[in-house]
Structures are given as C-alpha cells and as structure tokens.
Design a protein around this ligand. Structure first.
Ligand code: ADP
Length: 859
C-alpha cells in the first residue's frame, strides 16, 4: 500500500534507508556478540571448573583438561569474532564468523559440561540471538553447523554430546528437529521484522520526501511573502488591504505618508473613518458592499478617481485600483491609491489653456474676418474710383475728378490707419511702444480732435462737444501724439456706437502731490456694453458683440491700444457702461509737475507749448537722390514728390544697378527698397558699405514689423521708412539725410503762403461730402455767414477792439474747420494770435487775405 504510493525515487531512497538500518543492526549485534563471546569464554571456563575442576590420579590431582580446553578453545573461539567485531563491524564476514563461533561455543559448552542437558539450551539461545541479525543465511549456517556437530559427535562421541557413553543413533535427529522447529519460528519472525523494517524505511523515505517538499514550499512561501512585502513597501502608491467589512489589514509606508496615519493606528481601523470624507461615506460603503457581493465584479481592476481626506483634514483627489484576493475562508481587497492633485491641477491648467487658446483662435478668426472686411471696404472704393478716373480721364468736370481723388485719398488714409493700428499693436505686444514727453496745450489737442471728428458726428446727426471740469492748465507734459491717438479712438468709438444723442468729452486735472493727473472722460448716449463684456473689450481683437460690430465695422484693436497708451503714459483707462443707455470711458494720464503751470478759468485763446505739427514743406533744391525700387508706380510716385521739392532723382530697378550707379556718380542720398529681385536692398547696402560708400542710405520696406528696423541698420542703412511711404516723412528724411533741414518757423511760413496762394488760385470748396443734403445745408449756411463775419471783424479792428475782433476770429476759425474749410481756419488761427497780441498791422494784412479769399469760397 505504502510502496504503491511511493514513486521510484522514493523506492530507491527506501532501499537505501533499509540497507543503512540493516548495517546499523549488524554493527550493533556484532558488538553485542563481541561482549557475549567474552562472557561465554569466561562462562565456558567457569562451567568447566564447576563441572570437573580437577582430575584425579590416585591421591594426586591436577587441573582437569576440560578446564584447559575451555580456556584455550574458548579463547581461540572468541578472539577472531571479537577482533572482527572491533575492526570490521557490520561486514558479512564478521557476521558469519560470529555465527560459526557462537555455534562452536555451544558445542564447547556442551562438551565441557559433559553433555549436560542444560547446556543444549545454549544452542537455542544462540540461534535466537543470531536471529537478531535478521539474516536467514546466518541462521542457516548456524543450523547446519549445529546439526553437523550433533550428528558427528552424537555418533562418535555421544558422551561429550549427550552425557552418556552410548546414545541412540537417531538422537541427533531429535535435536536437529528441535533446532529446525525453532528456526521455523525465527525465520517467520525475521521475515515479519524485515518487512516492518522495509515498511519503516519506505515511510521514512516518504516522510523525508514530504519534508523536503514542505521545506521547499515553505521556502517559496517565505520568498514570495518577502517579495510581496518589499513590492508593497517599495511601491510608489499607497497600498491598503481591507477585509470585506472595510477594516484595514495592511497599510504600507506610502499610505502612512499620504494619509498621515501610522501603520499601528491604521491597522484594525475602519477605512471610512480614516480617509473617506464625510460627504462621500455613503457612496464608499455602497461600493464596498457591491465589491463584497461580487469580488470579481466590474469595480475590480478598474481605475477610478475619488476624493480622500488626510489626517488634519486636507482633502485631495486620488486615483485607485482595487484587486480582490480570494482566500480559502475570506476574500480581502487591496487598493492601490495614488495622489493625483498635481495631475488634476495640470489637467485644469491645460483645459483652461486650451479654452483660452480656442477663445483666442475664435477671436483671431473673427478679427481676420473683420479685418478683411475693413480692408476690402476702402480698397473697393480706391479701386472703384481709380477705375472711374482711368476710364473717364477726359470726361467729367474737374470737381468730379477731384471728388473721386478725395475719396481715394480718404479710403487710403483709412487703410493706413488700420495698418498703423496693427503695427501699433505689434509694437505694444513686443514691448516696444515708445512715448515721448513734450509740453503742450491739452485744450488744443482736445479741440483738434473734436474738430477732426465733428464731421462724423454731424453726419450721424449727433452732438459732439467738450468742456473742462475745473481749471484748465495752460500746458501739460506728456506725449501729445499718443494723447491725440487715444482721444481719436475713444471719441471715434463713441460716435460709431451712438445713434442719437451726444458725445461729450469732459476734461479735468487733479493734483496728487507734485504730480498732476489729466482726466479725459468720453461720455456717449449710445448702445452701451453688456456688463460681462466690460473687462474683455480691452483685449486685442475682442469686440463686445460681433454681430453689432459687423454693423458698425471695426477690428477690436482700438481699445487694446488705448489701454496700453494710458498705461505707458503712467495712467489707466477704465469703462463704465449701461446697456442701451450709454458708455463712459475714463482715461487718467500723468502730466508732470503742475506747480508752475498757469491755470485758466476758461479755455485760452491761443494755445502754447512745444508741440507744433511738422510742416509739409522743404526745399530740396540741388539734392541728388538715387532711388532703387522694383515697383514702377512707387518709383514714379516718389520721384514726383521729391522732384516737386526741387530734388534731382535718378531711379533704378534693382540692387545691382543701384550699386553700380551709386559708385559711379555723385548722390547725396540713396533711397533703397529692401525687397528687390536679383540683388535685394540688404545685399546692395552691405556691398556699398563694404566698398566704402559713405553717403546716407534710407531703407524703404513694406515689412514694417518689429525687428525690421534693426535688420536694416545692421545691413548698413542710415535711415528707415515704411511703405506706403508717407510723403512728409519721406521729404523730411531726405532733407535730414542731405543735411538741409530748414528752420521750423521758416517752413511754417512758406507752407502757409503756398496754401493761401493755392487757395487764391481757384474756388475753395468744403472738404465735407456736400452731396449729403444736411451737410450741404450746414456748409451753405456757413458760407453765407462769411461776409457778415468779415464785416464785423473789420469794424472791430477799426475800433481797435481787439477782444471783439478775437471773438469773431475765434468763431470763424472753429466754424471754418467744422465746415471743411481748413485754409480759412488756419489763417483765422494766425489772425487770432495777432488780435490777442494787439498787433493791428499784421491783423489787418491777414484780414485782407481773408477778404481776398471770401469770393472764392463756394459750397
Ligand atoms: P473696434 O471699435 O475697432 O471694434 P475697439 O477695441 O475700439 O475696436 O472696441 C472694442 C469693442 O468695444 C467694440 O467692438 C465695441 O463692441 C465696444 N465698444 C467700444 N467703445 C464703445 C462705445 N463707446 N459704446 C459701445 N461699445 C463700445
């Protein structure tokens, strides 16, 4: 049964164990027999001494030969087995020698006892002892020996065997029979014992094998336990093991750090009491129930997110994955928990950034659509009217042609303004917006803006006006151009978004210590702005309502630029609006120290300061200009402008020719287009400079973006003009480059004279679109009022009533500008200053000029 359960390896091992045990038994019994041999030897001698100690021959006696026989034979019999048992215990030879010697001892004892019956029992005892070897061979050898002894001595020496001189011949058979009878028993016992030993060995082998297996399993278990422990401890995630009731069974180091509870505190506690926020406990317990009911359900191995709370109350988002561990008695759950606060905040940032970029994209697309519309509208009229001019070159009267040209100019200016706005924004975004500081009259700038935009207001039928709130400073110190730009934008918007009512500019100054602040409020009664859009409208490309803007036009750049201008001028721009009722934009600007500035109660008549618009006149007589441009129209245009101012202009089409001619001839200035075929302006300039050309080279480029100026300077240009070229700037640049800049006053004077002369050369018409009936009426009314106004002035001058004269002139100046007669308002402005200075002669001369102009002024 047992052997059937064992495999061949275990059978082999059992055999081995059996052999070892047998050998151990052999050795033990060998030693036992060694002792027995010695005892038997002494016993034989003692027996001989007891039975027949002496032999008598008469009165003399001597030691019986049996005694000597027992001594010598016993010693001889015992010595070899004792030696073998000592030297070679367990060997077959030792065992068999012992068996032979033992049986011979029986024979010896029988002999020395004179065949006494008791000594025959020694034979049986010896056989029983030898059976202890469990070696039937040994028993057989002993049996054979004893049988042979009994046969031989029973027949030939019965006395020594049976203690009688004559013994029955068959007596040895009886003896042998008893021996064999004992053998039978002994053999059966030996067989049983051997079988038991075999079974025992097999069981030991099986036990050993199971023990080895067990050892291996426990080793594996230990290793996997250690592995699991180090994985859990080394894990970056918090690992929490729970039983089905939510009690914490395991809690690793990262869990300690994440939740703030130590292992000792956590183990045995309910997880929901440690880390689940109160508002989430019901959900957690429901989830746990679901898990327990179906441990292999959908929640297992899924990743999900939830909120946890750490010791101290900090709440944070975690991501966790749950695995179920199916035990034989109970299922437990292991949760791997990871803090995802950072990831969540990155996700949030990313989402926000994406939304912002999508919004920016949307806004830019809308901007592009608007921009395209804004560009196409003036372009359409430029192309359309230019086409009309080209086709009807010889038809139509002078006035119509002039109208067309005016429309073209206005549209082109509008385009230019648009592009300037974009460029301004690009400069602002590159942090390159430059502001200057100059002393100027704020009243003058505001008045100019009002006069510039009044026409638009009149066109829409709304009132545009301005007033000062409090004293008016004679001058302020800030950037007049930027203030003007800001006001034009704000007032332009106000007019644009107002259908009826008025636009009012309210200006005022306040002192903050030494510092003065100029407040400019632009109030309108227009459509207003939704409160939610109020903060966005200052961002570039943003319009409060795109549908509205399509109706009104625009690009969404103006307010962004204004906001930046206000900031650059040390102030701010804010807005207050009520939908449907109107809007007020308030610009606050730093205007320097006001302590030494004169303050007026009413607007000063003649504004003073450093700021004067530059004149559009120059004398370029004798200046030789080389113009390199691949565009024929450009070449023509620039050549015409420069030649009109007296310059001698030579034109070439590319950089290569420019280099050749510039080096061969004498020029004062080179105007170099930077984008040309064959050799561009950059290469040509570099080449000229490398060949020692020292004259000024002014770059002309259409890429008026940031970095362009630097690029041109780097190539060797001494000046820079952006295309389309502004004629004033062009002339001034050439003038400066040629070292011919004339004095300002001189230029102003020349310009004015020219204007008057030009005005006197033909009818003077209003620059307003007088096709519009309403405007026509306003202009006609003004024209009709001129003679009366001049009469009143002459009377006042004759009476030397300069105040009166000043009042009339001031009226003519303002109305003349509004009605579109700039030449009138310019002469009036000068006349006004003479009146203020009480210079009668100069005033009379100018009044004469006005009289000369009067009949030429028509609607
Ligand atoms: P644009 O006028 O070219 O569209 P702006 O930056 O000047 O660009 O103005 C941005 C937006 O602010 C306008 O499109 C308009 O919706 C709103 N806005 C500006 N000024 C006014 C105003 N006075 N009244 C109502 N809405 C205004």
């Amino acid at each position: 049964m047992i052997s059937a359960a064992a495999d061949s390896r275990q059978q082999l091992r059992a055999e081995e164990i059996l052999r070892q045990r047998e050998r151990q038994i052999y050795r033990r019994i060998d030693r036992m027999f060694a002792v027995l041999m010695m005892v038997q030897w002494l016993g034989a001698v003692a027996t001989a001494l007891c039975v027949s100690p002496r032999t008598w021959s008469g009165a003399t006696s001597e030691v019986h030969p049996h005694v000597w026989y027992a001594f010598w034979a016993g010693g001889a019999l015992a010595s070899l087995p004792v030696w073998l048992a000592w030297r070679r215990p367990g060997d077959t030879i030792t065992r068999y020698t012992i068996a032979v010697a033992q049986m011979l001892f029986s024979s010896l004892l029988v002999q020395v006892s004179g065949g006494r019956l008791e000594t025959h029992f020694h034979v049986f005892g010896s056989l029983a002892f030898l059976a202890a070897y469990r070696d039937w061979g040994v028993l057989m050898v002993a049996t054979a020996l004893v049988s042979a002894d009994q046969l031989i001595r029973g027949i030939f020496w019965p006395l020594s065997m049976f203690g009688v001189a004559t013994a029955d011949h068959w007596r040895w058979i009886e003896h042998t029979g008893w021996v064999l009878f004992e053998d039978l028993f002994l053999l059966i016992t030996m067989r049983k014992s051997t079988e038991e030993m075999r079974n025992n060995a097999l069981q030991t082998a099986l036990f050993e094998s199971h023990h080895a297996d067990l050892h291996r399993y426990s080793e594996q278990l230990h290793r996997s336990f250690e592995k699991e422990r180090s994985i859990i401890e080394g894990s970056l995630d918090a690992v929490v093991e729970l039983d089905a009731r939510g009690k914490v069974l395991n809690w690793n180091g990262p869990a300690e750090r994440l939740f703030g509870w130590t292992v000792a505190e956590a183990i045995g506690s309910q997880l929901e009491e440690l880390v689940i926020p109160e508002h989430d406990q019901q959900r957690y317990l429901a989830g746990l129930r679901q898990l327990t009911e179906s441990p292999a359900g959908s929640q297992v191995h899924q990743r999900f997110e939830m909120e946890c709370v750490a010791r101290g109350g900090r709440q944070f988002a975690v991501e966790l994955a749950i695995v179920s561990i199916q035990g034989s008695e109970e299922t437990t759950f292991c949760a791997f928990v990871r803090d995802i606060t950072d990831r969540k905040s990155h996700e949030l940032d990313m989402r926000r950034a994406m939304e912002e970029s999508e919004a920016a994209n949307r806004t830019k697309s809308e901007f592009l659509a608007n921009m395209s519309h804004e560009i196409r509208t003036p372009l359409n009229s430029i192309l359309g009217f230019a086409e009309l001019l080209v086709r009807n070159a010889d038809e139509g009267d002078e006035r119509t042609r002039r109208d067309y040209a005016d429309t073209i100019r206005t549209s082109a200016r509008h385009l230019m303004e648009l592009i300037n706005n974009v460029l301004d924004l690009s400069k602002i975004e590159a942090g390159k917006m430059q502001v200057e500081r100059a002393r100027f009259s704020p009243h003058q700038v505001i008045a100019e803006v009002v006069s510039l935009l009044r026409v638009r207001a009149i066109e829409k039928g709304i009132v545009l006006n301005y007033r000062w709130d409090g004293p008016i400073p004679e001058t302020v110190t800030t950037d007049p151009h930027r203030v003007r730009q800001l006001l034009i934008n704000l007032v332009g918007n106000a007019i644009k978004f107002t259908e009826q009512g008025s636009v009012m500019i309210v200006a005022g100054v306040a002192r903050e210590g030494d510092r003065g602040l100029l407040t400019l409020e632009v109030r309108d009664t227009g459509i207003g702005i939704e409160p939610s859009k109020l903060s966005d409208i200052f961002h570039p490309f943003v319009q409060a309502d795109s549908s509205m803007t399509r109706r009104y036009g625009g690009t969404g750049l103006g307010l962004a630029i204004c906001k930046n201008i206000a900031a650059a001028l040390g102030g701010d721009l804010s807005v207050d609006s009520q939908l449907g009722r109107g809007t007020t934009f308030t610009a606050k600007l730093e205007i320097g120290d006001l302590r030494h500035v004169r303050m007026f109660e009413a607007p000063p008549d003649a504004a003073t300061g450093d700021y004067v618009d530059r004149p559009i006149s120059a004398n370029l007589q004798g200046v030789r200009v080389l113009l390199a441009d691949d565009g024929e129209t450009n070449r023509k245009l620039i050549q015409v402008f420069l030649s009109r101012h007296g310059a001698e202009v030579q034109t070439v089409e590319n950089g290569e020719m420019a280099c050749r001619i510039a080096l061969a001839e004498q020029f004062d200035v080179v105007l170099m287009d930077m984008q040309m075929p064959q050799m561009d302006g950059y290469a040509a300039t570099r080449k000229l400079r490398s060949l020692g050309f020292l004259k000024p080279i002014i770059a002309l480029t259409a890429h008026a973006m940031k970095g362009d100026r630097e690029k041109c300077t780097f190539a060797g240009c001494s000046g820079y003009l952006s295309k389309p070229v502004n004629v004033d700037e062009l002339i001034r640049a050439v003038e400066v480059a040629a070292g011919l800049e004339l004095r300002h006053d001189e230029l102003v004077k020349q310009e004015k004279e020219k204007k008057i002369k030009r005005a006197l050369a033909g009818p003077i018409r209003s620059s307003l679109p007088t096709e519009d009936e309403m405007l026509r009426e306003i202009v006609a009314e003004f024209v009709e009022s001129i003679p009366a106004r001049l009469d009143a002035m002459e009377r006042a001058l004759a009476d030397e009533d300069y105040e009166e004269l000043q009042r009339h002139v001031h009226g003519l100046k303002g109305s003349g500008g509004t009605a579109g007669f700039t030449c009138l308002s310019e002469v009036s402005a000068e006349l006004e200053s003479y009146a203020a200075a009480r210079k009668g002669d100069q005033a009379a001369a100018l009044l004469g000029e006005l009289r000369e102009m009067e009949p030429l002024i028509v609607v």
